[in-house]
Design a binder for this molecule. Structure first.
Ligand code: ZN
Length: 467
């Protein structure tokens, strides 16, 4: 009963604040087009667009505007997660997209790229676009292109492309079906890969994803592929000696002991050469470090995972599988020094890529492992700072950088006149401490204002996932 009353209140609230004029007054603006905080600003929003931003004393509040008191708060662009998935691919394959979208929005995500496509997600994208569902704007990558498929599971979110013909046909079909990018995953051979790149260029669709051992990093860089997970980067640190097995701990090799055996011999001195290669290729990189560092590197205890806020939102049907993987992982008994070195190298590579000017993008890869969408993007931002980036640079990875990569810089990524009103209101300054991105007290998206209560309600609704 209580629940239905609350839901009713929310729907009333949602309708009430749609499409109107808003003014956030006396707020500190973090514009993100430069490293600055603009104190005591008033931001006027009309029909989902930022109309005016200026000194609170000078900006006129339009008649009939809903006024949001921004005193003591920080207004920054909504966050973009460039690598996420839906729970539909896990456990019972239940379509809970609508609820997951609420969780993403409540945690400050206003744009999310889903990196393994399915028609169900295209449908979700449309429902958000038409305003029927509350949620971030979605970009849906194609079903993943693979060379082989080892699991016999529904739903089918992959396409086997083991010849150039199949590869070209798949790219054309997915473009036609409305996917926003082509996703590459495992074991695609070089000929098929080249056909993917060629066809995608012709069709005008971006290619993103893993770099497999049959392709190798130099070919992926030459192709201009947008690379996820820093796949194959670590392999470039293999020494020029007999210890060079040709493959280190990238991609599927993270599960192979013989790949881990190479880690003590990885040569940190090769990072500058690697970084130069990546920078010269002009590509964007999504390290997804939080997932890789915690799952394969630091390996926190069970208790740590259970205490994370994400844990309450993981469907019960999925949990046993996650614990099994963790146990399998533990049984690999990888020497602690190798785990440490793996983490250290990932962090160093990330820092040096940033220093060299390689545009990095935040991606959580949730709901992989024990992380769920939205929450874990904040972990990824924190991880960037742990790598050595400034908080401002970390925030760029979830705002201006992805907006630039997606060609949406005129609409998204910064707080500037004429851009979409997609922002979050924070109680604390994230430039002082990156953890403050979690202090969300309001979200503006799609001409709707979600105040503190509405945000809490979205999260309350999303708790249903964790059953
Ligand atoms: Zn992924």
């Amino acid at each position: 009963m209580r629940r239905s009353i609350l839901l009713f209140c929310l729907s009333v609230l949602t309708v009430a604040v749609s499409g109107q004029r808003f003014a956030v007054t006396h707020v500190s603006v973090i514009p993100m087009n430069r490293d600055a905080v603009l104190p005591d600003q008033t931001v006027v929003i009309e029909n989902g667009i930022l109309r005016k931003i200026g000194d609170a004393g000078k900006v006129k509040i339009p008649a009939g505007a809903t006024v949001i008191d921004g005193r003591g708060k920080y207004l920054m662009p909504g966050l973009m997660d460039m690598h996420a998935h839906f729970f539909y691919e896990q456990g019972e394959h239940k379509n809970t997209c609508e609820t997951e979208l609420k969780m993403m929005l409540a945690t400050g995500m206003t744009t999310v790229r889903i990196l393994a496509g399915h028609p169900v997600y295209l449908d979700a994208r449309e429902r958000v676009k038409t305003g029927n569902w509350a949620g971030p704007d979605l970009l849906i990558a194609s079903p993943q292109l693979v060379g082989k498929w080892l699991w016999d599971e529904e739903p089918k979110n992959y396409e086997i492309v083991d010849t150039p013909e199949k590869a070209a046909a798949a790219v054309r079909r997915f473009k036609k079906e409305g996917y926003d990018a082509i996703k590459i995953t495992f074991m695609v051979n070089r000929e098929a890969y080249d056909a993917v790149i060629r066809t995608a260029k012709k069709e005008g669709i971006q290619v993103t994803g893993h770099v497999g051992p049959l392709v190798k990093l130099p070919a992926a860089l030459a192709a201009g592929q947008q690379i996820e997970h820093m796949d194959e980067f670590i392999d470039m640190l293999l020494p020029d000696t007999s210890y060079n097995h040709g493959q280190s701990v990238s991609d599927m090799n993270l599960w192979r002991m013989n790949a881990w055996a190479t880690v003590p011999y990885l040569d940190e001195g090769k990072i500058p050469g690697l970084v130069k290669m990546v920078r010269d290729a002009g590509i964007y990189v999504t390290p997804t470090n939080f997932f890789f560092v915690s799952c394969f590197g630091t390996r926190p205890s069970d208790e740590v995972y259970k205490q994370r806020p994400d844990y309450a939102y993981i469907p019960a049907a999925i949990l046993p599988e996650k614990w099994q993987i963790k146990e399998h992982n533990r049984k690999m008994n990888i020497p602690v020094e190798s785990l440490k070195k793996y983490v250290d190298l990932r962090k160093k590579m990330t820092l040096e890529l940033w220093r060299a000017g390689v545009p990095l993008m935040a991606g959580s890869d949730s709901p992989e492992w024990f992380q769920v969408q939205g929450f874990s993007l904040h972990d990824e931002l924190e991880m960037f700072v742990e790598c050595g980036l400034t908080p401002f640079a970390a925030l760029q990875t979830a705002t201006v950088n992805p907006a630039g990569y997606l060609g949406l810089q005129n609409r998204k990524g910064s707080i500037e006149k004429g851009k979409a009103a997609e922002f979050i209101l924070l109680d604390k300054n994230p430039l002082e401490n990156i953890r403050n991105t979690r202090s969300i007290s309001g979200v503006m998206k799609g001409a709707r204002w979600y105040d503190q209560k509405a945000v809490e309600q979205l999260l309350e609704d999303a708790k249903i996932l964790g059953r």
